[in-house]
Design a protein around this ligand. Structure first.
Ligand code: SF4
Length: 254
């Protein structure tokens, strides 16, 4: 993890966030499915997450360092918050879900025939790059779903040893706890605007109440380019969905 000065204020915020989470269903499930199984690693995850400077601009490394991502190797999973889905005109797949009809049934590599909201959608942009690079792709919704879809598969089957996630800075520290406790080395990339900045708005968004469309940080976009490649795949993607996660399938020859 990128070293950072442990700020008492940030530690306090993190502990408040975690204590509040304990009284929610997610907190108890996290304890049962992750913390009880790996108590020492979870303790270390809390400690390490407390050193993250979530106020600094740029990418945050979690659970390791750049060396965890070998050169030219994409992360095993990329994820982006549902709040990146467009609002006006709205996403044809709906908003608070893991669906993206454009990625699941691609219209073409150039996107010309894609529905209007999809043409400049960040979910499509990140998902196309991720799947084209060979990574799984996940539209992130609630903490509860992330536990089921990412943390637990990572613990049970080492399914996602590395990850690249685009989300609000406010979520960086608690999200990093879950990632590190689950053994995932990851890069966290911040949203630029419209993101949640306090517990109340975060809690509403965790239930799907989020009217603002977020935007993607330019520095984060450059990092996605570097990690996943800027070019669209030459052939249309074939995608298989397992549960809530999309995986690339080999394109037919010819
Ligand atoms: S590309 Fe964006 S707007 Fe289109 S279906 Fe996917 S998430 Fe919705």
């Amino acid at each position: 993890m990128r070293s950072g000065v442990e700020s008492p204020r940030l530690s306090h915020l993190m502990w408040m966030f975690c204590l509040r989470s304990l009284v929610r269903e997610y907190g108890w499930l996290f304890i049962r499915r992750v913390a009880v199984r790996h108590p020492w690693r979870t303790l270390m995850a809390f400690r390490a997450a407390g050193r993250i400077d979530a106020t600094a601009r740029g990418v945050v490394e979690v659970g390791g360092g750049p060396s965890d991502f070998r050169a030219g190797e994409p992360p095993s999973i990329a994820g982006a918050g549902f709040c990146l889905k467009p609002v006006d005109p709205p996403c044809p797949s709906g908003r608070f879900n893991h669906d993206c009809v454009c990625l699941e049934r691609p219209a073409g590599p150039d996107g010309v025939t894609a529905p209007v909201p999809c043409r400049s959608c960040a979910i499509r942009e990140i998902g196309t790059r991720a799947l084209g690079a060979g990574s799984a792709f996940y539209v992130m919704t609630s903490a509860r779903d992330i536990l089921d879809d990412v943390y637990v598969p990572a613990l049970d089957a080492r399914q996602f040893p590395t990850g690249l996630f685009v989300l609000c800075r406010y979520s960086f520290i608690p999200f990093a706890v879950g990632l590190m406790a689950s053994g995932i080395h990851a890069r966290l990339l911040p949203l630029e605007s419209g993101d949640c900045r306090d517990y109340r708005t975060w809690l509403l968004a965790d239930r799907g109440i989020k009217d603002e469309q977020t935007t993607f940080d330019t520095a984060a976009s450059a990092d996605v380019d570097a990690r996943l490649g800027g070019a669209a795949p030459v052939r249309p993607l074939r995608v298989v969905r397992r549960g809530n996660v999309l995986f690339p399938a080999a394109a037919p020859a010819g």
